[in-house]
Ligand binder design. Structure first.
Ligand SMILES: Cc1ncc(C[n+]2csc(CCOP(=O)(O)OP(=O)(O)O)c2C)c(N)n1
Ligand SMILES: [Mg+2]
Length: 651
């Protein structure tokens, strides 16, 4: 009723799913879910993910009824400017919203990440008789989530990893937006999930509380496999003239049908009025406080017995770095600078991980079947397997989108800092999960190697062109494209220190020389853009370059210098970090005088802003070729000679 009324008030939204799944929600929240409405951040709460996020109003209604800090007035402003209760859920644990959903299929993948995080942290922190990490992850998902490919990726992975505490409710209502799904969705879903290795409870009447309870008991009794409870439901249940049809999916019922639904369901109250006895029966504040207090008591005993472990778990759940981190990170970067090694940045990334990982047990790595290419596995990595959840490295298989959304789920769970790799060109496969990480402020770290035509012979299908530009335009995404071992280490440090959003670390396959720097310059890398050479003199031209092209800029500057032309080289590994600097700093790095030439082996889009009408961009606005890297760079004009020639044209 509340959901229907809120959609009516907003005159927009999705009444069908909340009305169809309300009976399931009632059983889950009142009889099973362990949570404390007064503390949405309690570590050991059960997680709930609404993968079919268009049904958001059901989640908000339940949050209000159970006693989370959501006022009735807020329900009346569903979907309005400034309201916390948005059209689709946006991560807000304070009111029981664990993760951002709405893009169908990602929620179930987030839930897989949460259940994996729980299993991993339990293996790491629980001790005999002290199960201080011990919670379920529950999910609601609909036909849309089931049709999305990502549900295949994530659910297959959940089956492999035997996530016995993951319990999903499938809203099997046979309806999606275009009507009855039998015209486009005829999978045998129970068989599909059995094939993944799930425990399936088929044919549950989603409007029968006892049947739902029995299914849930069976799901919880099954500890070695994730469970799917297939619930037959009626979309828009209770709206007598439209229930069971797509008409209820995504539009307010209208006053006439809403009144008919009240009558049909025997509900006499006016909109937004919940009788005291019903509100009281839903109120979970006392029960929740009791549940958390019981856990706090057990955690206090754990702390007495294992003080270091308890402190470590608390630090990690707070998302804080160890007290020794800053000093350690600085000396690690200094050590890498002193070693002055020539290597591919993908390899430098592995070295950086090896320098940082011993300090950070929360780092949980992985790759979408490109471990040897991404160099994401390092000497402290230990596989996290179905039978040993204590490892810190996941072989995700060829599942880029699933991987990224699972990482987001782990990041949202807390206690872990997920990083994982694929080729930059395949970031497109994962793209919407990168977007959700950015939107939700989740600090997942995406390692994207083979960053340009420099990967060579695999050819244009594997050579990213538009990817850097397209990732950079994603609000709240930080993209680092380092030029040597030192910038790579600084990029990792920045990614690790970021708490409010994701980072892409974009790396070469091919070796890159070391760039000599002063200690002051090393410290400036974190600013995202800094002067490498000719900072003092007023330059006739300023080169702005990233990654492998910094060497071209340095080579061209040396050539021009021979002819008495002062050319400044600015390395710009992270435009977002640079843009966040003071105007004074930015104007110091990119001075008002002289021409500008930006160089990057990728789409020119984005660089014109830094060239600011005072020069040009050397880039690549077309697809590459299959050939050795050196031949490609020459063919497309990424040579010192070509850069010098372009500079001369500007001078
Ligand atoms: C990735 C993605 N594609 C499309 C949509 C738009 N959309 C929202 S709900 C929906 C249909 C979902 O059907 P189902 O899950 O069966 O929901 P029901 O109508 O049963 O509530 C679609 C296509 C979306 N939210 N996410
Ligand atoms: Mg449906």
């Amino acid at each position: 009723m509340l959901s229907m009324d809120a959609v009516e008030a907003a005159r927009s939204g999705h009444p069908g799913m909340p009305m169809g799944m309300a009976d399931i929600a009632e059983v889950l929240w009142n009889d099973y879910l362990r949570f404390n409405p007064a503390n949405g951040h309690w570590h050991d709460r059960d997680r709930f993910v609404l993968s079919n996020g268009h049904g958001s109003m059901l989640l908000y209604s339940v949050a209000y009824l159970t006693g989370y800090p959501v006022e009735l007035d807020e329900l009346k402003h569903f979907r309005q400017l400034g309201s916390r209760i948005a059209g689709h859920p946006e991560r807000e644990p304070d009111i029981g919203v664990e993760t951002t959903t709405g893009p169908l299929g990602q929620g179930i993948a987030n839930a897989v990440g949460m259940a994996l995080a729980e299993k991993h942290l339990a293996a790491e922190f629980n001790r005999p008789g002290a199960a201080i990490v011990d919670h379920y992850t529950y999910v609601f998902l609909g036909d849309g989530c089931m049709m999305e490919g990502i549900s295949h990726e994530a659910c297959a992975f959940a089956g492999t990893h035997k996530l016995g505490k993951l319990i999903a409710f499938y809203d099997d209502n046979g309806i999606s937006i275009d009507g009855a799904t039998r015209g486009w969705f005829t999978d045998d879903t129970p068989k599909r999930f059995e094939a993944y290795g799930w425990h399936v409870v088929a044919n549950v009447d989603g409007h029968d509380a006892d049947a739902i309870r029995r299914a849930l008991d069976a799901a919880r009794a099954e500890t070695a496999r994730p469970s799917l409870i297939c619930c037959k439901t009626v979309i828009g249940y209770g709206a007598p003239n439209v229930q069971g049809t797509a008409a209820t999916h995504g539009a307010a019922l209208g006053p006439v049908e809403a009144a008919a639904a009240r009558k049909h369901l025997g509900w006499d109250e006016p909109p937004f009025v919940i009788p005291d006895d019903i509100k009281h029966a839903w109120d979970a504040r006392d029960r929740g406080a009791g549940l958390e207090a019981e856990w706090q008591g057990r955690f206090a005993a754990y702390r007495r017995q294992y003080p270091e472990l308890a402190a470590e778990l608390e630090r990690r759940m707070r998302g804080e770095l160890p007290a020794t981190w800053q000093a350690h990170a600085t000396s690690a970067v200094d050590g890498i600078a002193a070693a002055a090694k020539v290597m591919a940045t993908r390899k430098a990334s592995q070295s950086a991980l090896e320098a940082f990982a011993p300090q950070l047990p929360e780092l949980l790595g992985g790759s979408a079947d490109l471990t040897g290419s991404n160099n994401t596995l390092h000497k402290y990595s230990k596989p996290l397997t179905p039978t040993d959840a204590g490892g810190n490295y996941l072989f995700y298989g060829v599942r880029e989108f699933g991987m990224a959304a699972i990482m987001n789920g782990m990041a949202a769970h807390g206690g872990l800092r997920p990083y994982a790799g694929t080729f930059l060109v395949f970031s497109d496969y994962a793209r919407n999960a990168l977007r959700v990480a950015s939107l939700s402020g989740l600090p997942s770290i995406f390692v994207l190697t083979h960053d340009s035509i420099g990967l060579g012979e695999d050819g244009p299908t594997h050579q990213p062109i538009e990817h850097l530009a397209s990732l950079r335009v994603m609000p709240n995404m930080h993209v680092w494209r380092p030029c040597d071992t030192v910038e790579t280490a600084v990029a990792w440090r920045a990614a690790i220190e970021r708490r409010d959003g994701p980072t892409c670390i974009v790396l070469t396959r091919q070796d890159l020389p070391h760039v000599p720097r002063t200690a002051e310059q090393v410290a400036l890398i974190a600013r995202g853009g800094y002067i490498v050479t000719n900072g003092d003199a007023a330059p006739a031209i300023t080169f702005i370059a990233t990654g492998s092209e910094v060497q071209l800029a340095l080579g061209a500057a040396r050539e021009l210098e021979k002819a008495g032309v002062v050319a400044r080289v600015v390395s710009m590994p992270c435009t977002q970090a640079f843009d966040a600097q003071t105007e004074e700093y930015r104007n110091h790095v990119l001075p008002a005088g002289g021409a500008r030439l930006a160089i990057e082996a990728g789409a020119t889009e984005g660089w014109w802003r830094y060239v600011a009408g005072r020069g040009t961009v050397i880039g690549l606005d077309r697809y590459g070729h299959s050939a050795p890297a050196k031949a490609l760079f020459e063919h497309f004009g990424f040579t010192v000679e070509a850069v010098v020639a372009a500079a001369r044209r500007l001078l």
